[in-house]
Design a protein around this ligand. Structure first.
Ligand code: HEM
Length: 502
């Protein structure tokens, strides 16, 4: 009886402790929220706000990033937007972008609870969303492979992909039937990533990705617009869950198999110091680093590498595909630019059909400028967000800790004072000795968290675009092919860019 009395007393104490703990936590949260709201009142608010919902309705009825840019240009260098209870502070001034991305980047973290949330099943603790020590370790381990070594392989991998696509396009020549090129680019860039990272044959990429990966992306995109889908356990919900589990199992099997082939048994106990098999792709190189620095392959390493692979897929294929689509579209609208790219391609690709060299591809300055101009004009990642981990001054305003900052890449790319006639497509902006002012061209952002795949994407883009332009004549199927799909990032063509091929 005595012990039971003691147990009850202990249980009551624990419950009371928990209740008090939660009360303190929520009181702290409320105090922080009130403080944030009071401080942010000084920041000019965008127009078109309504009580309670703030700007949510206006944003739902418009293209959000276009609205952000419009408000930003009307209201000054720092503007506040409210989406229900959440505040978003918008900036596009190069000095402020530099402040957040570079000079004071340690005060800011990624916004995993808002913009990246629906994609966390793929991104997890991978490079795009990792923070602190984990991010530093992963970034330094992976960086060199992406920035230098893989580029030697990428020309060949992209060229083979471009030739496969060309073969398919041959079948459309003269039929009057259009090809949905944006879709073809999506598949092609996935194949390139699959081969560069995992030496995955393109047939395997075509088998696995459309079945597992692409539907996961589709559902994640739907959830970013309709977040409540996450809580409705219908057939799609179960399908999404099942596909994530299947994709994870596929990648993890592949990783275990690779490790045991390179280093012996799966837990690394019998691992030799150095693998006898030369590293053939990025995952081999990363595994060699894991072996060198961590010495073992366990479930934690497996989980992390699985997230990294899914991150490379997500970060690397739709962005590159969108860049290619818009660049090709603009060439069809600007015949003199098309001719310049064609001339460069004819000079760079060997006449005997053999592989071009990396130097020949890197030398295609005009094609390079075309890709950059497409990235500027279409700003395929129109906005990125950060959260400040401490109070910080942006322009004339003190921004309280915990505020979401919207960094408007599209807005800086379209500023009339920086890029005159911003809606004109002029690759010459990036040609010759003209210096692009710092923090005015940010398709890959800048600073320590800049895009790891930018060199890969721009090299892959040059090979594919130049090869297609050299080989075919493209005509948009209708006058709608240049329209943007309103609500999906990266910004892609609404009608999948249907083209007639000659
Ligand atoms: C035209 C193509 C691409 C564009 C426009 C692009 C754009 C971007 C942007 C804007 C970010 C910053 C995101 C943020 O700060 O929240 C980023 C980060 C990143 N990108 Fe790309 N990207 C492209 C291609 C690629 C490719 C091909 C890969 C690799 C397979 C890649 C891998 C990454 C990674 C790993 C990060 C995170 C870096 C870090 O936080 O340390 N990207 N990219």
């Amino acid at each position: 009886m005595g012990t039971m009395g003691m147990d009850l007393k202990l249980a009551a104490e624990i419950v009371l402790g928990l209740v008090l703990f939660l009360a303190v936590l929520s009181a702290k949260g409320i105090v922080a929220l009130v403080r944030r709201k009071l401080m942010l009142r000084k920041v000019p608010s965008a127009p078109e706000s309504v009580p309670l919902l703030g700007h949510a309705l206006t944003l739902m009825n418009n293209v959000p990033w276009d609205k952000f840019c419009e408000w930003k240009s009307r209201c000054g260098p720092v503007v506040r937007v409210s989406i229900m209870h959440k505040d978003l502070v918008l900036v596009d001034d190069p000095a402020l972008l530099k402040h957040v991305f570079q000079s004071k980047s340690q005060r800011y973290c990624k916004d995993v609870d808002f913009s990246y949330y629906p994609f966390m099943c793929l991104l997890g603790t991978g490079l795009v969303t990792a923070e602190g020590k984990l991010w530093r370790r992963q970034r330094s381990m992976v960086s060199v492979h992406f920035r230098v070594e893989i580029l030697d392989e990428i020309v060949g991998i992209s060229m083979k992909g471009a030739m496969r696509l060309a073969k398919k396009l041959d079948g459309f020549k003269g039929t009057g039937k259009p090809v949905a090129l944006a879709e073809e680019f999506r598949h092609l860039t996935l194949q390139v990533i699959g081969e560069a990272i995992l030496s995955m044959p393109h047939e395997e990429a075509d088998r696995v990705f459309p079945l597992l990966y692409l539907p996961i992306m589709e559902e994640a995109n739907k959830r970013s617009l309709r977040p409540w889908r996450e809580y409705i356990p219908n057939r799609e919900w179960f399908g999404h869950k099942r596909r994530i589990a299947q994709l994870d199992a596929y990648i993890k099997d592949l990783l275990r198999d690779r490790w045991s082939r390179r280093y012996g048994d799966a837990n690394g106990a019998e691992a030799p110091v150095q693998s006898k098999i030369p590293a053939g792709d990025i995952i081999d190189k990363i595994m060699d680093d894991v072996q060198k620095y961590q010495g073992t392959f366990n479930s934690q390493v497996e989980e992390q590498l699985c997230y990294e692979i899914k991150t490379f897929m997500l970060a690397g294929h739709e962005t590159s595909a969108a860049m290619l689509s818009w660049a090709l579209y603009e060439l069809t609208q600007n015949p003199e630019c098309m001719e310049k790219v064609r001339a460069e391609a004819l000079a760079a690709f060997p006449e005997d059909g053999s592989m071009p060299t990396k130097d020949a591809m890197s030398g295609m300055d005009y094609t390079y400028a075309v890709l950059k101009e497409a990235l500027r004009k279409y700003s395929i990642v129109p906005v990125v967000t950060r959260i400040n981990k401490e109070d910080d001054v942006l322009g004339d305003y003190m921004i309280p800790k915990g505020t979401t900052i919207g960094l408007l890449l599209q807005s800086v790319h379209h500023r009339e004072d920086i890029w005159p006639d911003p809606n004109e497509f002029r690759p010459e902006r990036f040609m010759g000795s003209k210096e692009v002012a710092p923090y005015t061209f940010l398709p890959f952002i800048d600073g320590p968290r800049n895009c790891l795949g930018q060199h890969l994407a721009l090299l892959e883009g040059r090979v594919i675009l130049a090869y297609l332009v050299k080989t075919f004549k493209f005509t948009p199927f209708t006058d709608k092919e240049g329209e943007k799909a309103a609500l999906v990032v990266p910004i892609a063509p609404l009608t999948h860019m249907r083209m007639l091929v000659e």
